[in-house]
Design a protein around this ligand. Structure first.
Ligand code: SF4
Length: 182
């Protein structure tokens, strides 16, 4: 309705990262109700194993590519600043098997850039949601972004685009050889 304030978008690091990766996956996870069917549970889905797997995957990347999730880490920095009212500019990833730590020190400028990026994504989510609610084809409002991530996307069974893009990964595919042997 004209003149009415827009409903505020409740942003979380997970929502922003999901939409930035694939708008279709965001729609499946946060817009479509009932939630579309997901694939079977992943073998690595215990907290410890999941953290282990995520860190190992990140650590295996070339140094220049170890930025995935940077927006998420950034939002945690901002969360600490705003909710705990503590100065915070450093993010760290601890690689438990080797005991090594990768750290990044944010500057006010880098923080401001990430905030702007997060706000842009939130704006895009709001716009896509409003267009779909107004009758636009949801597939057009939330376009699929097929890629390697489709092999392990939880919503692959509901997504013809992802199924056509790459083969499915086995549900135990993220376990290390040690995990599989035990
Ligand atoms: S399978 Fe791929 S294209 Fe489909 S929702 Fe998941 S990430 Fe997006």
């Amino acid at each position: 309705m004209p003149g009415m304030p827009r409903r505020l978008f409740s942003a979380t690091p997970s929502k922003l990262a999901t939409f930035a990766d694939c708008a279709r996956r965001y729609r499946y996870a946060d817009v479509d109700r009932p939630t579309p069917p997901k694939g079977p549970a992943w073998a690595h889905n215990t907290v410890g194993a999941a953290v282990h797997a995520a860190l190992r995957s990140w650590w295996d990347l070339p140094v220049a590519k170890r930025t995935t999730g940077g927006a998420r880490q950034l939002l945690y920095v901002l969360g600490v600043r705003r909710t705990l009212r503590r100065p915070c500019s450093r993010v760290e990833l601890h690689h438990l098997p080797s005991g090594t730590v990768a750290a990044f020190e944010h500057t006010e400028r880098s923080l401001a850039n990430h905030v702007r990026r997060a706000e842009d994504i939130a704006e895009d989510i709001t716009a896509a949601t409003e267009r779909a609610a107004a009758g636009e084809d949801p597939d057009a409002a939330f376009p699929a972004v097929p890629g390697q991530q489709c092999s392990w996307c939880d919503f692959r069974p509901s997504c013809p685009t992802g199924q056509a893009a790459v083969p499915a990964r086995e549900t135990w595919g993220f376990l290390s050889e040690d995990d599989v042997a035990t």
